[in-house]
Design a protein around this ligand. Structure first.
Ligand code: CTP
Ligand code: MG
Length: 223
């Protein structure tokens, strides 16, 4: 394998509600992080997995993942971007491609990991999985009054795993300023083109309680 996958898993899960760090919340009796790492490790291209865990949970996460797959576990940071940077710093020499994948996208198919890695291998410096936006999107002011309707045809909802030539991601993080919600955003700031590939409905991010209910149903249905 020529791919390292960084798994930011150090978030609190505020939008999911009380119950501890989101990556450790249970889905079908196993933590979201376990589901995510199992699917990542099943992708044939994956050589190394580095998890950024909540600082207080690093040892517990090591024990949790030991029977699942060989992984490195580091402490995350206060923002997702810092967690990714910590994980990136722990990647050993070797892998030429680095993917960044949210633990919260627990049911992401291994095939999507492979597809993103393959697009980087084929020559793209940065690759993101995307879906079309299905709702009508409006811009609204602070009083709730509509300012206008946005042209949806040019918009995409962005998922992970996001894939990069290793040196491209490293340079983007080295130059990073204010925290962004994804890694492609940092690469865009460097003027590097970012290429889109088709995402997957199963790569939904468990963010709110409804998402956890949906993911439970998808897991029970065999995904
Ligand atoms: N993440 C992280 N370090 C942080 C914040 C987030 O590693 N300081 C990770 C989360 O664990 C998650 C991914 O980044 O796997 C996407 O973030 P998000 O869905 O926002 O998760 P949380 O930050 O945990 O949720 P919330 O924003 O609702 O608190
Ligand atoms: Mg968050």
């Amino acid at each position: 394998g020529d791919v390292a996958v960084l798994v930011p898993a150090a978030g609190a899960g505020v939008r999911l509600g009380p119950g501890g760090p989101k990556a450790l919340r249970l889905l079908g009796g196993e933590p979201l992080l376990v589901h995510a790492v199992r699917r990542i490790a099943a992708a044939p291209s994956v050589h190394t997995v580095v998890v950024a865990a909540p600082a207080a949970e690093v040892d517990a996460v090591r024990r949790l993942l030991d029977p699942v797959a060989p992984v490195l576990v580091v402490a995350g940071g206060a923002e997702r971007q810092a967690s990714v940077a910590n994980a990136l710093a722990a990647v050993p020499p070797g892998p030429a491609i680095v993917l960044v994948h949210d633990a919260a996208r627990a049911l992401t198919p291994s095939a999507l990991v492979e597809a993103v890695a393959a697009a980087v291998r084929a020559g793209h410096q940065a690759v993101i999985p995307v879906l079309p936006v299905v709702d009508t999107i409006k811009e609204v002011d602070a009083d709730g009054v509509v300012l206008g309707t946005v042209d949806r045809s040019a918009l995409r909802a962005v998922q992970t795993p996001q894939g990069f030539r290793r040196e491209v991601l490293a340079a983007a993080h080295a130059a990073a300023g204010d925290p962004l919600t994804d890694d492609a955003g940092l690469v865009e700031q460097q003027g590097v083109p970012v290429f889109c590939v088709p995402g997957s409905e199963y790569a939904l991010k468990v963010t709110r309680p409804f998402d956890l209910t949906l993911a439970e149903q998808l897991l029970a249905a065999g995904h």
